[in-house]
Design a protein around this ligand. Structure first.
Ligand SMILES: *Cc1c(COP(=O)(O)O)cnc(C)c1O
Length: 419
């Protein structure tokens, strides 16, 4: 087992056995442009451990078959494996029951499901939906589309220059017109960890349900949906060491039960006649059609991987790395960190006076260092800071102090060439 003690950073690194963790991720051995890969684009997607990669092959070589349908052996074992994921997710986020876990394609799909179904049932002309100034486009556009369709109004919680939400402004936005609050747990462009428990408490005081976009939280921070008392929670498999094409929507049963289905098709029905169709129970009511079965099954394997390391250990380790990276980058003249919230997770976004983020990204890539540049699907955030984009280094559990040192050296070199 891995164990973190509260002594100095070097000591923690050794205890965490980072080399063993890195050996679990085959891609980390490869070179890019003749240099060892330094992968710091985990906010976009994480790499996959061998257990997950093997589970994909194993699914196709050993159990490929459609789920929830066949009477035959293979269909039963693939269904069982798929349903193991639902229970793993239930335990991982501490949902009351596995029927509250809807398997989707990802965060975007999960949020669109709520916008479509909750929107259809509960949003009317003049109603208000509150989001925040730091949302990913996935948590802006579905609500804009819904508001346009229904004649509802989108309200936005502003933030300060550190990238922290203005909670007083939030309080004054909440009113009897508010029908839903949908905010991110952790900002993908700034790294801010929002005070989600307080956000939920304040909304509930007005009987308003809350959706949390946990796409950047679930792989870094322990989440307990009952303790948070959150109404909906959305996240993606591919940012938590699982394949693309699978994600989760958690919803409280009473809310999910009160919503109409999302898409129509197989699996979501109980009985179909041309006169009338009755819908299936939760969770299947919201899972029309054949899902991405292998990705679904592999999500359980990724959760096992996280659980083996311990999410609290992962968080402590990544926090140390982020602190280290932050202190190192501050030593470089001209660098301005974008997003300096008191509580942050795993994201280091920055700009450099007189240099385009893209040019930094290209030079870092030549050195084998993968970062993201641009607006990070959060254009309104960039507008607020009056910039076109940032360079973003984002961390996962397999990153090392050496990765950070290489990144800082690469950045220093890039700036020498560009300035
Ligand atoms: C990545 C991300 C999304 C979108 O996730 P998809 O996997 O692309 O559907 C939404 N919100 C945040 C905060 C993200 O980081």
């Amino acid at each position: 087992m891995y164990y973190l003690c509260n002594e100095n950073f070097e000591h923690k690194l050794k205890k965490f056995d980072i080399q063993k963790i890195r050996a679990d991720f085959p891609i980390l051995k490869r070179e890019v442009n003749g240099k060892p890969l330094v992968y710091l684009d985990n906010g976009a997607t994480t790499q996959k451990p061998k257990t997950v990669i093997d589970a994909i092959t194993n699914y196709y070589s050993d159990m490929n078959s459609n789920v929830h349908r066949g009477v035959h052996y293979l269909s039963q074992i693939s269904t069982d494996a798929f349903e193991v994921t639902r229970r793993k997710v239930q335990e991982f986020i501490n949902a009351r029951e596995d029927a509250e876990v809807i398997i989707t394609k990802g965060t975007t799909d999960s949020i669109n499901l709520v916008a479509a179904c909750y929107g259809k049932a509960f949003i009317h002309a003049g109603d208000e939906i509150i989001i925040s100034a730091m949302e990913h486009h996935s948590n802006i556009v579905p609500w804009q589309m819904l508001c346009e369709e229904k004649g509802a109004v989108l309200r936005v919680i502003p933030m300060n220059n550190y990238g922290e939400l203005d909670m007083d402004a939030y309080k004054s936005l909440l009113s009897e017109k508010t029908k839903l609050v949908s905010v991110t747990y952790v900002s993908n462009s700034l790294g801010t960890i929002n005070p989600v428990k307080e956000i939920i408490k304040l909304a509930h005081a007005k009987n308003v349900p809350v959706l949390l976009d946990a796409a950047q939280a679930v792989q870094h921070i322990a989440i307990d949906v009952q303790d948070l008392d959150v109404d909906f929670l959305a996240f993606s498999g591919h940012k938590m060491y699982a394949p693309t094409g699978v994600g989760v929507l958690y919803g409280k049963r009473e809310l999910l039960d009160s919503m109409p289905p999302y898409q129509g098709g197989g699996d979501m029905i109980k009985d179909v006649t041309f006169e009338k169709t009755t819908y299936n129970e939760l969770p299947f009511k919201f899972e029309a059609g054949t899902p991405n079965i292998e990705a679904g099954i592999c999500l359980a394997v990724a959760i096992d991987y996280i659980n083996d390391l311990g999410i609290e250990n992962i968080r402590a380790y990544e926090d140390e790395l982020l602190d280290y990276a932050t202190s190192k980058i501050k030593e470089i003249a001209g660098v301005k960190i974008i997003g300096e919230a008191a509580k942050k997770s795993s994201v280091l976004s920055f700009v450099v006076d007189g240099v385009h983020p893209y040019d930094i990204g290209v030079i870092l890539d030549k050195l084998g260092i993968a970062v993201r540049t641009g607006h990070h699907c959060a254009q309104p955030v960039m507008d607020l800071f009056n910039i076109s984009g940032t360079v973003r280094a984002s961390l996962a559990v397999y990153n090392t102090k050496e990765d950070i040192d290489n990144f800082i050296a690469g950045l220093t070199r890039a700036l020498k060439m560009l300035l």
